[in-house]
Write a protein that binds this ligand. Sequence first.
Ligand code: FAD
Length: 489
Amino acid sequence: MESSFKSLNMDGHFDFKDIHHAASDFGNRYHFLPVAILYPKTVSDISSTIKHVFNKGSTLDLTIAARGHGHSLQGQAQAHQGIVISMESLRGTKMHVHTGELPYVDVSGGELWINILHETLKHGYAPKSWTDYLHLTVGGTLSNAGISGQAFRHGPQINNVYELEVVTGKGDVVICSEKQNADLFYGVLGGLGQFGIITRAKISVEPAPKKVKWIRVLYSDFHSFTKDQEHLIALEDTFDYIEGFVIINRTGLVNNWRSSFNPKDPLQASLFNSDGRTLYCLEMAKYFNPEETDDVNQKMDNLLSKLYYVQHTLFLSEVSYVDFLDRVHLSEIKLREKGLWDVPHPWLNLLVPRSTIYDFSEEVFGRILTDNSNGPILIYPVNQSRWNAKTSVITPSEDVFYLVAFLSSASPSSTGSDGLEHLLSQNKRILDFCGRAHLGVKQYLPHYGTQEEWQAHFGSKWDVFARRKLTYDPSAILAPGQRIFQKAN
Ligand code: FAD
């Protein structure tokens, strides 16, 4: 095996020994050992490797997985007895910010979003659409969608890309965009790594603000909470970021927030008791520059005056734009210190249509998750009109749908309610209910065991997805960890 790759003329190198870290990911539940890791220095390293595997066919019988930052949940970036390509080693390629009528940044597919933020800010720009956590790679999030509180306005990250450079499953290097090789372009966006490896991307940017007003308000009634969220995302002149989360039976909630948020009405807020209750927190942010403070305050007061949150539960914070976008990293540092970052993460991410979100909440928050949660539960709506239907990502087919993310951490040795088995069975109960009640729910960051389930996930888009696989990766070499297609010999 090793000798077979010796003939290749590479700028980077293969490692056949130190390979164990490529058999792990953030989910920490699936561990498939590859035979080698490729550390590419150039696109041609990736292209030659894939061509070699493609041309040798059954003589080599290998699969290839691009690994971004390895923050998948169920082994999606792993390749059992195959080759893992460490995309971050390609990121040394310089980023270029292009200003002008349609400003963009040109980056490597292995670049981390946090680095893109810092680089673009040097030029006064930043990407428009984000994920909540920025220590993920461009190729990793564009293979899914990339969703955060800006998606209601700008769409997911896959809607904010002008051009891609892709190495297909045959080893061809292809430039693609809306106008050029559009079939591959839309296939790769949200395509779960099935059609090619993203080696470069041109990402749309906008002038960056300096500061952010960050606001949280609480609801005890799910109806008012979602009505207000939907009201805000329908407005033209609204907040720049709109999310929300569910709080189940949290003791001392207001006190916990005190280090980062100030209650608008401290005395009344201190009397607020969250114990034993299920609450819904609407989280909003408004971007601004210091000279616009008065204007932005007025706009915010106006927007907030139309909301129906529980009186006196308005909490405010003012932070820099970078601190706001990189907020989850602070939690990462704290969790790492306590040894709680590298635990199993049985996450479940769902896209729920607006028409069924109430039924969903009644069962899930009213009956399944009543005592506590083992991690944040995000819930926020987005406008489907901002999602390009030509991409590979699958969403419910309604104008508005919700992302509901159960971001659980399991206690490794526990057999109780914070143990992995319990959390997995809770996820199963949620999924079973969604299926039984025909809620029209789709998984985000999907994970299935059989091709029938994948077909059901893609629905009417399955034929196009399968046809693209045959066209761009006919031997099913790429991204085996998604378990959609079996490698053909
Ligand atoms: P990896 O896990 O390395 O790879 C993911 C998949 O993409 C694999 O199949 C891999 O083979 C493929 N792939 C990787 N690089 C490339 C490439 N260059 N070309 C083609 N295919 C490639 N998602 C959101 O949308 N919004 C969020 O707010 C959000 N927050 C998160 C917070 C945390 C703490 C974590 C762990 C994940 C979060 N995610 C979020 C999910 C995240 O976007 C996905 O798990 C993403 O795939 C991780 O990126 P990565 O670089 O680690 O990819």
